[in-house]
Design a protein around this ligand. Sequence first.
Ligand code: ATP
Ligand code: FE2
Length: 335
Amino acid sequence: MAGWTLGIETTAHTLSFGLVDAEGTPYPAASDTLRPDQGGIHPREAADHHKDVAAGLFQKVLEQHELGINDIGAVAYSQGPGLGPCLRVGAAVARGLATRMDVPLIGVNHCVAHIEIGRQQCGCDDPVLLYVSGGNTQVIARLNGRYRVLGETLDIGIGNMLDKFARNQGIPFPGGPKIEQLAKAYLEENPNPDMEGLQLPYAVRGMDLAFSGLLTAAQRLIDNGAPLNAVCWSLQEHAFASCVEVAERAMAHTGKTELLLGGGVACNQRIRTMCEEMSSDREGASFAPPRMYCIDNGTMIALLGWLELKKRTTSLEQSAIDQYLRTDQTPIVWS
Ligand code: ATP
Ligand code: FE2
């Protein structure tokens, strides 16, 4: 039965193919992430990587779920936002597959896909979303038929900040998980830690956030001889507290009682715990999807495609990517 929707994710370092079945039930994705040995990621190198592994990975996701190409009834892809060269590879693969299989094509909003997979996985209805990834840091809520960005980073994304700090210490990409481990090790050595000497700037500006000052100040602590695991702990506490503060203000202003975490940084247990504590203090609830659906994955793209296909498809003429697509540009036509 040709009832499955394929989702193709290529906004940045990760190429991922995921699937939902005819009822919209998600199935784990097959993914491949470019991890350079040193330095940051060049968008064109990431795009070349995606091109090289696409055919093999597509076969893999089909085999993983014992499907054939004829089981695919629609192809969804990330139309934006993201790195141009990477997005273009995903769009080209999607167009090629949809044309070859003669099935509908649908371009979707990557940020909205993070929200919808979280809602589906956690069973929450109308949450404030704390979307914390490499490139994005946003506090979002549904108001008048769109996901509105109530607050966001004014400079770099929180994950990029963690990755850059890690890279300066010789820790390879992605740095976030390693920082989490080092911070945890610090707490095991110091069960009652003291922030004295480890303070960092805390940049909340109204509903907005900023992280580059934090990055510079954390590096300064290292340069002045502070131990790495202590700085990792302080960096997490400061960065996560600022996100949770804006999320709390968003809950207060909108009157919503659910908080939903999304994006790669939502894999972090410390930010999950901070969100749970804040929400329960307000007699609300905090949710976080399984980690495989927090990081970039094709399944969330398939799910949003499946939801939107009830109302629209994307013609080849409309299928160009949009690097700067905003969260609030996508009308919520599905629920
Ligand atoms: P987007 O296009 O939405 O910005 P992205 O390209 O940043 O996505 P994601 O997979 O959503 O990709 O997020 C990757 C980020 O998540 C990296 O910055 C990585 O360091 C961070 N990350 C992953 N696991 C953890 C963790 N346990 N703690 C903190 N950060 C983490
Ligand atoms: Fe993402």
